[in-house]
Write a new protein. Sequence first.
Length: 365
Amino acid sequence: MRQWIFALLAAAMLSPASLAQLRHETVTAGLEFPWSLAFLPDGRVLVTEKPGRLRLVENGVLRAEPVSGVPEVLFSGQGGLLDVVLHPDFASNHLVYLTWSEGSSRDNTLRLGRGRLEGDVLVDFEAIFTAQPRRDTDVHYGARLAFLPDNSILLGIGDGFDYREEAQRAASHFGSYVHLREDGSPVASPFPDAAPGVYTIGHRNPQAITVDPVTGIVYSNEHGPRGGDEINILVEGRNYGWPVATYGVDYTGALVSPYTSYPGMEEPLLYWVPSIAPSSMTIYRGAMFAEWDGDLLVTALIRGDAEVASGHLRRVDLEDGAVVGQDVLLGEVEARMRFVTVAPDGSLYLLTDDPEGQLIRLYRD
């Protein structure tokens, strides 16, 4: 059985010596509910804002005018302009991929699209995938994506909150990861009678997916209800349990299920009770924090079990595939942490979830 650990027992703080070596700085501010970012080869940074803007940060300065050519989005609830990811061959094809919610608050869905970035304009942008069926809720979109080594895509789709039972039905995109070719066409599903591209099922609200470039392991995380946030290792054709098996309870305190595990369903690598509301995740492969090599870095929107005032960055220490500890970082910022990624120089760039959101750099002297 894969090892999973209560956050309450595993949240070891960094030693004072290690903390003294860490620095953080605000690269830029004034971002309205930023959600994701991507580094361009020329050093500029693309940042999505949920209200529907794609911004450029150049040499630490936020450009006044957003990138044009972005699709119209539904900015409501948890919806808006969400993920931004560059094609692995961006240097030659200039393709930028975006996810967003489309429609009205009572009739909407998640979409994936792409266009070519030319200067500060997205050219020939087109929607290439639309999640089905549509929903009448504006929450639990998922929307994070990652490229696999063959340039195909895994995209997480949430259960829409009111449709949680659909997460156990491969015939629906609710509560699944879908496997797509780079043009958005679906890869054949391992499930019988499945909706196009369904890769895994049994997810509540996926918030992150990251592919280890060394091992090829695909990690994801997702929100539980009240408790039961998870990190999972994604394997094609597997069922990750929601809502049949969960470590969380409903927001009312009522049981979602009597089961924390169930035959034929995957157990999480790690779960959190109470919730930390994980909002993104990346695996660290860099030189600046060499002792973190192969560890997972998770942004948290709320404190959970940490002795901090609000959200934070959580390092999940992995040894031989098992969780052996956790560190809580950047609690002093006192902000909901929305996104983290590794910069080309090995430092970390983070976004805070706020109407006056910040782009923060974590580094070592």
